[in-house]
Write a protein that binds this ligand. Structure first.
Ligand code: URA
Length: 186
């Protein structure tokens, strides 16, 4: 399909040969495709159930994630974990969680276009391996970079069902935004 065609230029790269997320993770541990490879502590590939029907996508690792090597383990991550639990979702069983960027941007600045361009091929390959039935993007950065649309969060969220190469995709608030604005939680 179209996503496979977009990855065709990378066919000769070792990570493209992976037939599981676990093998793929091992193959990109030393990634230096962008400058963030020089400053990160741990590459944050993703976590959860590789057979989950739902893929949750965040922005990029923060300080806690960079230290531990897993997505959404800091304060925002703890809120995400609780929000999933509130709808009877166990983050280790019912979802897979990944980010647009696998390496931490210094001072948590927004991802640069060239960083997204280098890193998004990994997310696309993860999506081909996972075959999620639904994608949930957390925040404007995740939504605009995955969907390639230049919209505000307000226009992307609120029951709008987007499509990512045939996969229904929702966009909602980033949990870090909900920590700042608890009124938005409902
Ligand atoms: N924020 C994100 O967008 N991703 C993480 O993994 C952690 C915090």
């Amino acid at each position: 399909d179209v996503l496979r065609e977009k990855l065709a230029p990378h066919a000769a790269e070792p990570w493209m040969a992976a037939t599981s997320l676990e093998v793929m993770e091992q193959s990109i541990q030393g990634c230096q495709r962008c400058a963030l490879g020089a400053t990160r502590n741990k590459l944050v590939f993703g976590s959860g159930n590789p057979k989950a029907k739902v893929l949750v996508i965040g922005e990029a690792p923060g300080a806690d994630e960079d230290e531990q090597g897993f997505p959404f383990v800091g304060r925002a991550g703890q809120l995400l974990t609780k929000m999933l639990e509130a709808v009877q979702f166990d983050r280790t069983k019912d979802v897979y969680i990944a980010n647009i960027l696998k390496s931490r941007p210094p001072n948590n600045r927004d991802p640069k276009p060239e960083e997204v361009e280098q890193c998004e091929v990994y997310l696309w390959k993860q999506i081909l391996l996972l075959e999620p039935k639904l994608i949930l993007c957390l925040g404007r950065v995740a939504g605009t970079n995955l969907l390639k649309i230049n919209e505000t969060l307000g226009k992307m969220r609120g029951g709008v069902v987007h499509q990512f190469y045939g996969i229904p995709t929702l966009v909602t608030y980033h949990p870090a935004a909900l920590l700042r604005n608890p009124d938005w939680k409902h």
